[in-house]
Design a protein around this ligand. Structure first.
Ligand SMILES: Cc1cc2nc3c(=O)[nH]c(=O)nc-3n(C[C@H](O)[C@H](O)[C@H](O)COP(=O)(O)OP(=O)(O)OC[C@H]3O[C@@H](n4cnc5c(N)ncnc54)[C@H](O)[C@@H]3O)c2cc1C
Ligand code: FES
Length: 372
């Protein structure tokens, strides 16, 4: 009898887990990973690719190996900026089976606090604290015959690691790879020389750079990428698609690819952050304080931060769940689909803007470790 009850319990637990959405699992995994001890690394090399785009290599001071990771994962950099501790995710831009260094490619954002700080501080010899690699955006090579990588701007970083990973596979196991790299100007095409050289020598790899504002001398593709040209050059709808670009560009492409018959399980994407572009102005109440106007800030999270209100946030794109708040009064507009696993009455500050005056309160996370 006891065994039967135990079995029923395990079955119920397994069913509950299966019923959880991918969102729910991502939120849990991200929260557990956030508690792992950080790695203290030093900058061993820095190369400025443009005035706003640079790449750095980070290693342990004693040269010991670093934790291995799956291509597509990111680290969270932690730094004190203007008296506040900030954490931001940065994808690992290179892959090797036994890494002794992590490579990052960082674009400095106008008014961006962490990216401007790192641009100024990450010079050879500087120390930096990062979380161990994590993230759900990983290259899945099971049954992969053809892999299509689509990168917009700095979204090229995880794609480069994926290309490295596939390059290390034995020839018989290696899928064909097509990489689309979209940028505004030719100078913004980070690592284009490396990709061009690989496309010349490797029969499994094709590379299409696309510019939206090319110089007259540019002889490659111009304009905006769309699913039609991705499918025409990238092969069948049965390929595996990995996308990383601005949220709007990515959502348009995902919609087009789905309409063209690509199955949802073949579409994988990662957002580097959400930006509504401002244009809202409703007061927000939280912690007994009232923020009178938030006009111009891209999301509710930015508005709270600009007013000096601490909200723990890591991914800033609806993945980690750290910025959960309870909506006591008012209404928000979601800038991306709300995760199905989010408890009723809660919002993610990084994914919302107010459409009415708001009253918010803090969420109490389940365990002490989760109270961040
Ligand atoms: C998984 C993951 C991987 C990532 N990988 C990379 C990577 O490889 N390379 C990379 O460069 N980035 C990457 N990012 C993005 C990175 O984490 C940061 O979000 C990015 O560097 C910007 O951070 P920031 O602090 O400089 O900008 P923030 O200060 O967070 O600002 C973000 C944007 O909002 C605007 N803004 C901020 N405050 C205001 C305001 N008050 N009014 C108006 N506008 C405002 C800024 O202009 C900026 O454009 C990744 C993100 C994630 C989630
Ligand atoms: S969900 Fe990660 S910061 Fe908002």
């Amino acid at each position: 009898m006891g065994a039967a009850i135990l079995l029923a319990f395990f079955l119920a637990a397994a069913l509950a887990l299966m019923a959880m959405t991918g969102d729910g699992i991502r939120l849990l995994v991200a929260r557990r990973r956030a508690n792992r001890p950080p790695l203290r690394l030093v900058v061993t090399e820095r190369v400025d690719l443009t005035p706003d785009l640079f790449r750095v290599r980070l290693a342990r001071a004693d040269g010991r190996r670093l934790p291995r990771f799956q291509a597509g994962r990111h680290v969270a950099v932690r730094a004190q900026v203007d008296g506040r501790v900030l954490r931001r995710g940065y994808s690992l831009a290179a892959w090797s089976p036994r890494p002794r260094a992590y490579e990052l490619g960082i674009r400095r954002e106008t008014r961006g606090r962490m990216s401007s700080h790192l641009h100024a501080q990450l010079t050879p010899g500087a120390g930096v604290e990062v979380s161990p690699p994590a993230g759900a955006f990983v290259l899945d090579l099971q049954d992969a015959r053809r892999v299509v990588l689509v990168a917009g701007g700095i979204g090229i970083t995880p794609m480069r690691a994926m290309v490295h990973r596939i390059g290390c596979l034995p020839a018989r196991a290696r899928p064909r790879v097509v990489l689309f790299q979209a940028a505004r100007l030719e100078a913004d095409l980070a690592w284009a020389d490396e990709f061009r050289a690989l496309a010349e020598e490797a029969p499994w790899f094709r590379y299409y750079p696309v510019l939206s504002r090319p110089a007259a001398s540019w002889s490659g593709w111009r304009g905006r990428l769309d699913a039609k040209c991705i499918l025409a050059e990238g092969g069948s709808a049965a390929a595996d698609f990995y996308l990383c670009a601005r949220e709007e560009m990515m959502q348009v492409l995902i919609g087009q690819l789905r309409q063209a018959g690509v199955a949802p399980e073949r579409l994988h994407w990662e957002s580097f952050g959400i930006n509504a572009g401002g244009g809202w102005h409703h007061p927000v109440e939280i912690d007994g304080r009232r923020i009178a106007s938030s006009e111009g800030t891209p999301t509710l999270l930015h508005a709270l931060e600009a007013a000096g209100i601490d909200v723990t946030a890591e991914c800033r794109s609806g993945e980690c769940g750290n910025c959960r708040l309870r909506l006591e009064k008012g209404e928000v507009r979601w800038l991306r689909q709300a995760p199905a696993a989010l408890p009723a009455g809660e919002i993610l500050a990084c994914c919302c803007v107010p459409v009415r005056p708001l009253k918010l309160s803090r969420v109490r996370f389940g365990t002490e470790a989760e109270t961040r």
